[in-house]
Design a protein around this ligand. Structure first.
Ligand code: ZN
Length: 203
């Protein structure tokens, strides 16, 4: 399986990182080895002093698909959840400045947290999902899928132009504003419409 991530999908997050608003979705990949095993902590890697949390709505692909039209995208997933796209921001800034690929800062071992899945039928409106991240009991990121530049169905269509989607692939749909550094002993908890989807310790 692979993880396909979307960058710059919420205007307020684009502004906080002083990025340009893209005219098509920014897409990058994480390998399977980036996934944090169930109930394991996130380990801050030795090569970064500024790892950020990015909470994101995620979907799991359940059918093989290529060049999917947006009107059929909904047939290609039935599970939705929350994940964290851990990002070594210091390394990413250096790589971006040099015009180099982001992978070292985004796709390293343990950089992808995948929370518990929810059947999408249990969600009333996929384009109006509230989600939030709490750090040590305080809310640090809040988002609503209505604020995405490209919604889930549009993303699936766009991604599948370039990458064949396979059963089990996971899409990270981008983070809202509020990204910030994690430090040892932080505890992160993610909520989707007030349902807890994950809880993870930083080591
Ligand atoms: Zn992200």
């Amino acid at each position: 399986m692979k993880i396909i991530c979307v960058g710059r999908n919420y205007v307020e997050h684009i502004i906080e990182l002083e990025n340009e608003r893209p005219d098509s979705p920014v897409i990058f990949l994480k390998p399977e080895t980036s996934i944090i095993h169930k109930n394991q902590p996130f380990f801050i890697p030795s090569y970064s002093n500024d790892v950020h949390h990015e909470i994101e709505v995620i979907v799991q692909i359940n059918r093989l698909g290529k060049s999917i039209s947006p009107k059929f995208s909904h047939k290609y997933y039935d599970k939705i959840g929350l994940g964290v796209d851990f990002t070594a921001r210091d390394l990413q800034i250096t790589l971006k400045k040099r015009g180099l690929p982001w992978e070292k800062s985004k796709a390293f071992d343990g950089s992808a947290l995948i929370g518990n899945w929810i059947n999408k039928n249990e969600i009333e409106d996929l384009n109006n999902i509230d989600f939030k991240l709490e750090k040590n009991g305080y809310i640090v990121q809040t988002g609503n899928t209505s604020n995405m530049l490209w919604n889930i169905d549009e993303l699936i269509s766009e991604i599948s132009k370039y990458f064949t989607l396979k059963i089990g692939d996971v899409i990270f749909t981008g983070t809202p504003s509020g990204v910030a550094k994690v430090i040892e002993n932080d505890n992160l908890v993610g909520f989707l419409n007030d349902r807890e989807c994950f809880s993870i310790k930083i080591k």
